[in-house]
Design a protein around this ligand. Sequence first.
Ligand SMILES: NC(=O)CC[C@H](N)C(=O)O
Length: 375
Amino acid sequence: MARTPALLVLEDGRAFAGESFGAEGETFGEAVFSTGMTGYQETLTDPSYHRQVVVMTAPHVGNTGVNDEDPESDRIWVAGYVVRDPARRSSSWRAQRSLPDALREQGVVGISGIDTRALTRHLRERGAMRVGISSVERDPQALLERVLASPQMVGADLAHEVTTRQPYVVPAVGEARLRVACLDLGLKRATPHQMARRGIETHVLPATTTIEDVLALAPDGLFVSNGPGDPATTNGPVALVQGALERELPTFGICFGNQILGRALGLGTYKLRYGHRGINQPVKDFATGRVEVTAHNHGFAVDAPSDGSPVTTPYGVARVSHVDLNDDVVEGLACDDVPAFSVQYHPEAAGGPHDAAYLFDRFTDLMTSHQKGRR
Ligand SMILES: NC(=O)CC[C@H](N)C(=O)O
């Protein structure tokens, strides 16, 4: 079968020629690379990738096809997909369709046959930038003009585009011992599953939720999810977390949730040059000295002293609890005087690694000790 040619053009004018992969058409987004060698289904369906074009550094993608059990949400969220050498056929007893068919069904434009190593090195040197992929435009200059007219990631307020419209409950497995109000800014299914296994009933709430809505549920804790976009734009959730801190409601945040807790404490956030995306990032937990191998997907980070020294905030002393050993980027926050902590990475990572799953136990323990304190 003849393949349709496709074109990829970065905002600095660098162009790559390849073949259409998935849906034909044209798409724009922020070009980012992921180094994960497994878990492409989880990546594609992670709402945090909304408006991003994901470049896979693993050369073979699609080998195990796509099934209905592994998605992290009910659709593919990436704005575009870039692979080097897609599997010609999928091979797994769990596969229900092929990766290109899944992309096509959901209208996701991709490109294959690209030198993804050269593209990744370019993004690493020059930083994440806007990109366009097209199977309908042959002229790189014309595509470049549309790339330059497409929206930037800095300043993008996207959580409201991915959040649940209606609240819903994920029941605990067995007896419900704790109730969590979960702010959905782009929640992945793996998170309520991790909580359910620990006897937590999760009430998933839209991004517009206020502290009054949360208190009406009489929860034992607040969870703030991962999500897409620039954390500097997300003001409602910051006010919600401040309300929780004032009332000493146990609070745990993941990824975007870490950035929101940082902002609630009065810390700033900034854009990393090319971010962390993959499943083998070494992170040190200052509390135990232990190094864990962790899954990441973030382009922004909290600005705070990465040696763990105390920072004075309106809610007492806070400090950086976890740091990335590759580049010293802040990977977690802990409060000394209020029951709140967060991590920038993914303890829930369904595709693994699972080194950091203990953080759900920490949250459970924090809620249990506060429950006792209230009695
Ligand atoms: N996975 C996430 O929650 C990402 C958070 C934020 N959008 C970032 O890129 O840093």
